[in-house]
Design a protein around this ligand. Structure first.
Ligand SMILES: Nc1ncnc2c1ncn2[C@@H]1O[C@H](COP(=O)(O)OP(=O)(O)OP(=O)(O)O)[C@@H](O)[C@H]1O
Length: 429
């Protein structure tokens, strides 16, 4: 199949999109992609083609690329947007640059617009091999998807079916000029070692290496899809509403998960956690066993990147890092007929006739006693236990004091004196 027809068929599902943006680094692959599209746009009715170049400002050689990209785009009559990004220095400059780049891509995409990047089949095969050598699982070995959501639109890799040789041949035939990223040669040594040393050796012995590996990636992508469907089924039984929906924290019931095999438990949990944190690595799953096997009165926790899972009763809860910050100061509530902003802890409003006296919101320190309508003075801890309030919320739970006497607990109207109930809107993280 020629590159023209390969590209047209890969992009057929996106012909109705309002715009196609080529992610144009100035390198060989995206230069070929841009040239192909500009040519095809003359012969076919395609969405408007535009280009975006992200300037990272990380190396002197890169300073010339925006001008080079502009010249190429002018020649092809394609509008170019150059976006300068600030890359936060950190452990991995390459990863930070990638994140900044994708943020810029995502910001430029309007609704249903498509961003096209230049990766090809050889890139896909190298990704598979690289990840295999790091012990990746099914998701990792599925390598780069042909398309995925990005911002308001989609990211599509229409050249994944083309080989590097075809792309190079096209560039030669059309006398294209492109930039070489000098850091490509050293910044990713292992990747380059695979590209230059290992892949050619494999291809000598097995000429189909690249397409076989790309096919294996496609099998993995399908297997991953089945695993995701299984996870969704398994989670639907566990993703039931809790009595504490107002906490606005993700939570799951444990009993439906407990009835699954350990592999299905991990699959379901991996799927659920993907929205909040990085997948736990294989050595890390002991944390899950400790949540499952804990005694009912224990409050085990499993620390993960960006937060932790805690168990309370028969549920597990995801607590983002900010949630766990302790220590809130008491705050006066001089006019309980209006709402109250609790610094770092959401907002509060009252319902019913406000009690007379000096009102103050405080937080638990232990040993509090509450005056319960019709029941007299009761130990707060016991009352919270009776109401099944998860331990993980107790440090944040606003308590209403009148002249140093605890008279109400937020979101537990049954624990309020004289019909004045407190409604607490928990902060979002
Ligand atoms: N600075 C950038 N600005 C715009 N798009 C980029 C940029 N860097 C990479 N891309 C896009 O991401 C794809 C993959 O990036 P990668 O770093 O693997 O490629 P490259 O070697 O820099 O460029 P190419 O793939 O065009 O030869 C590129 O094909 C291109 O579409």
């Amino acid at each position: 199949m020629s590159l023209d027809s390969l590209l047209l068929s890969a992009l057929a599902p996106w012909r109705g999109s309002p715009a196609w943006w080529v992610a144009f680094s100035g390198g060989l692959d995206s230069t070929v992609l841009l040239h192909l599209l500009a040519r095809l746009a003359d012969q076919h009715e395609l969405p408007p083609v535009r280009a975006i170049h992200v300037h990272h400002g990380l190396q002197p050689a890169g300073d010339d690329w925006p001008a080079h990209c502009q010249a190429v785009c002018d020649g092809l009559d394609v509008p170019l947007q150059v976006v300068r990004v600030k890359v936060a220095p950190g452990a991995s400059l390459e990863r930070a640059a990638r994140e900044a780049r994708y943020e810029a891509f995502s910001a430029c995409l309007g609704e249903d617009e498509v961003l096209l990047t230049g990766q090809h089949r050889d890139d896909q095969a190298e990704t598979v091999l690289f990840r295999l050598l790091r012990g990746a699982g099914v998701r990792g070995l599925a390598a780069m998807p042909v398309e995925r959501p990005l911002g308001l639109g989609r990211l599509v890799r229409p050249l994944l079916g083309a080989s590097r040789a075809e792309i190079e041949a096209y560039a030669r035939r059309n006398a294209l000029r492109w930039v070489e990223d000098p850091s490509n040669r050293n910044h990713d040594y292992s990747r380059n070692f695979l590209r230059r040393e290992v892949m050619p050796l494999l291809q000598q012995r097995w000429p189909q290496t690249v397409s076989s590996m790309a096919r294996a990636a496609a099998h993995m992508a399908e297997a991953q899809q089945l695993l995701d469907e299984l996870a969704q089924q398994d989670l639907s039984a566990a993703n039931t509403a809790s009595d504490f929906e107002w906490l606005r924290l993700p939570s799951l019931a444990l009993s439906p998960l407990r009835s699954l095999t350990p592999a299905r438990q991990r699959n379901a949990l991996r799927h659920w956690l993907a929205d909040f944190t990085l997948a736990p690595d294989e050595n890390h799953w002991a944390g899950w066993a400790s949540l499952l096997d804990a005694r009912p009165d224990a409050t085990p926790r499993w620390r993960l990147v960006g937060g932790e899972l805690q168990r309370s009763g028969d549920r597990i809860w995801w607590l983002p890092n900010g949630w766990l910050e302790p220590g809130f100061e008491p705050i006066d509530w001089s006019d309980p007929s209006t709402g109250l902003v609790l610094p770092g802890n959401g907002t509060l409003r009252g319902e019913g006739a406000p009690p007379a006296g000096k009102l103050q919101i405080r937080y638990r320190r232990g040993g509090e006693v509450l005056l319960v309508p019709g029941r007299g003075r009761r130990d707060l801890k016991r009352l919270l236990n009776e109401a099944g309030v998860p331990a993980l919320v107790r440090g944040r739970l606003p308590l209403l004091y009148r002249d140093d006497e605890l008279i109400a607990v937020a979101n537990l109207p049954q624990l309020s004196e004289g019909g004045f109930a407190l409604y607490w809107c928990v902060p979002e993280f």
